[in-house]
Design a protein around this ligand. Structure first.
Ligand code: DAH
Length: 344
């Protein structure tokens, strides 16, 4: 019994001193395994008188139980310590400055195009797309541009062959969708896209640039509808205080034709370098769709009328953001593009 008590105290001390699962496991094998000192004591039971054996057996079991419980408690404690040590070792310092990922920005031409599209979708227009490679028929003939018009010159147009060419204006889409829709009414669409001209590139010219064409055809469409629409567009793009004015002009595909100016958003109309001291800035060409254009596409021009305009996306972006050279849009200098970053 005394030996047993000794073994218990010894075991408890060892359990207490164990600092990791490995040594604890060794203690367990030693005291609760098949060959340990407790088993030795058990073997000596035979030497006891029969009547003392149950009490002794019970005592052995109690010691084993006590040690097993102590080992279990210690195990929980060690495991907890080990997990804590691991967490401590793997701790991430979240106060460290991270590496900022490079976030792409929207190209200014995309921003302007999306703003215009949003505006016109809100007014019930659909977005149309047409081919950049088109034909003399849709780019010129159906736009009422006569055979001897200078725009048809090889100097101005990228011809692929006698009939095929890169569209010089989005009016080429206007003539195509008119034909596709005729004689259905109404037609109400905008068409943004690239156009091509044989220009030498400089600060204000590019051999490829972007336009957005707008076309509305229905019964009783008037110049007043055109003016209201353009006024809304000018205010949305350049500020609520903007006004517009029409100046008479000429395009083969519209009659009457107008050049549209917007009051200068830089000086408010007083006169500055942006508006060349006039207070007005020319932004686009527009007019009432020429009856010949409607008729060629398959509409009865006595029963319907329409307005159209074509606006240069680069021109709007240059005015809006004060960009002085059209080539910036295409050289893709990241320092330029980054000025349009939304998140900084
Ligand atoms: N197509 C013309 C150009 O490229 C722009 C234009 C003017 C389009 C008047 C139109 C319009 O639809 O009515 O210069």
């Amino acid at each position: 019994m005394i030996k047993l008590e000794q073994l218990k105290l010894e075991g408890l001390t060892k359990i207490n001193e164990a600092t990791n699962s490995k040594t604890l496991q060794e203690v367990r094998v030693m005291y609760l395994g098949k060959k340990g000192p407790i088993q030795e004591v058990m073997k000596s039971m035979k030497e006891l008188p029969v009547e003392e054996r149950p009490a002794f057996g019970q005592e052995v079991n109690e010691v084993k139980q006590t040690l097993a419980e102590a080992i279990e408690n210690k195990k929980i404690q060690i495991e907890e310590e080990e997990v804590n040590a691991k967490l401590e070792a793997e701790k991430i310092d979240i106060t460290l400055e991270g590496i900022r990922p490079v976030i792409a920005t929207l190209h200014p031409l995309t921003i302007v195009t999306q703003e215009l599209e949003d505006l016109f979708i809100g007014l019930g227009y659909t977005i149309a797309e047409g081919p950049e490679l088109t034909t003399d028929l849709y780019n010129f003939e159906r736009a009422n541009i006569p055979k001897d018009h200078p725009a048809r010159d090889m100097q101005d147009t990228f011809y692929i062959d006698v009939e095929n060419l890169l569209r010089t204006h989005t009016t080429a889409v206007q003539t195509l969708v008119l034909e596709e829709n005729a004689p259905k009414l109404p037609v109400k669409l905008v068409c943004p896209g690239k156009v091509y001209r044989r220009d030498d590139d400089d600060a204000t010219h590019s051999h490829q640039f972007q336009q957005m064409e707008a076309l509305v055809v229905d019964e009783n469409i008037t110049l007043a509808d055109l003016k209201g629409t353009l006024e809304l567009m000018a205010k949305r793009m350049f500020g609520e205080e903007r006004e517009i004015r029409f100046r008479p002009s000429f395009f083969p595909f519209t009659e009457p034709s107008v050049e549209v100016d917007v009051s200068c958003h830089m000086c408010g109309g007083k006169g500055c370098s942006t508006c060349k001291s006039t207070g007005w800035i020319e932004i686009l060409g527009a007019g009432m769709v020429h009856p010949a254009v409607l008729e060629m596409a398959g509409y009865d021009a006595t029963e319907c009328s329409g307005f159209a305009f074509g606006v240069g996306i680069e021109r709007i972006a240059m005015l809006k953001y004060g960009i002085d050279d059209i080539r910036h849009f295409y050289t893709n200098d990241v320092r330029f593009l980054k000025t349009f970053t939304r998140f900084e």
